[in-house]
Design a protein around this ligand. Structure first.
Ligand code: NAG
Ligand code: CA
Ligand code: CA
Length: 143
């Protein structure tokens, strides 16, 4: 299994390409954290989270539309359509159909369970395992 994907859930198709079986949520969350923690300081900083979302902004207008996000995620695996749309609904905190800084800050705060302005791997994993469990009926990629 290769971890060449850039960002958050983008790595799921990469893993699935190797073998068609479902992935454990805590394993997926671990890989996502490691991939996103670019400076390897064991904290996902807000800037690192924003960098992840920047990748989806195909037309460089600083906003990520649902179309941009879902298109990116389903490029290699159309089966990720359901989970991508479900995750977009979570990311689009203010429900204005564009992902912007307000949404990233709100999302970051949701993951920061102890509210110390840093998201550690345990916080990240706890958040994502719950999130994957809540969206898993949208797809079979994650167990
Ligand atoms: C957006 O920016 C990226 C990286 O700077 C560049 O590769 C890409 O061509 C740009 N896309 C558009 C539509 O301007
Ligand atoms: Ca970091
Ligand atoms: Ca924290």
């Amino acid at each position: 299994m290769k971890y060449f994907a850039l960002a958050l859930i983008a790595l799921i198709p990469a893993c699935l390409g190797q073998q068609h079986q479902c992935l454990q949520p805590d394993f997926v969350a671990h890989v996502m954290f490691v991939e996103s923690d670019k400076d390897n300081d064991a904290v996902l900083h807000l800037t690192e989270l924003i960098d992840v979302f920047d990748v989806y902004d195909a037309n460089n207008d600083t906003k990520v539309s649902r179309h941009e996000y879902v298109k990116y995620q389903t490029e290699n695996d159309p089966e990720l359509d359901g989970i991508s749309n479900a995750l977009y609904n979570v990311y689009d905190f203010n429900n204005d159909h564009h992902l912007t800084l307000d949404d990233y800050v709100a999302f970051y705060r949701s993951m920061d369970a102890d509210k110390d302005d840093s998201v550690t791997e345990p916080e990240f994993k706890t958040y994502w395992v719950q999130l994957f469990n809540s969206v898993k009926h949208h797809g079979h990629q994650i167990c």
